[in-house]
Design a protein around this ligand. Sequence first.
Ligand code: ADP
Length: 135
Amino acid sequence: MYKNILVPILLDDEHDTQASYLAARTLADADAKFTVLHVMEAIPSFVATQLPKDALDNSHDQAEKALKQSAAALEGASTHLAVGHAGRFIVDYAGENRVDCIIIASHRPGIEDYFLGSTAARVVRHAQCAVHVIR
Ligand code: ADP
């Protein structure tokens, strides 16, 4: 059904990426392209200047590793690690890369009071393409 699918993920144990990958496979055309994306929050410059340079490089490397490890469960997927504001970045990336479907989790498991977390809400509201929300 879709040819260019973006799967933004959080890299922590609380978020179940398998459900997102299953949805991606199910909604994909046979020749579809998958991109698994993680957006790291930018560290404010007044904090960054206090940190040893290694600390920033290490956190980037660790995120890259965790992202690749997770995305390996979605065969054929490429990965993209970015720094910025998650909601804005996801929407902009989708617009600039002709993404036709974004697969996003609705919120953290357990926080069922909210229908949508803040990042998911922003993506649903602003994306120009289809958005599949995992409940
Ligand atoms: P919650 O605050 O309950 O975790 P969010 O809206 O932040 O809800 O997260 C819902 C989903 O949005 C995540 O499971 C993930 O798919 C996506 N998402 C949130 N933050 C990021 C991020 N920094 N990078 C990539 N995807 C993200």
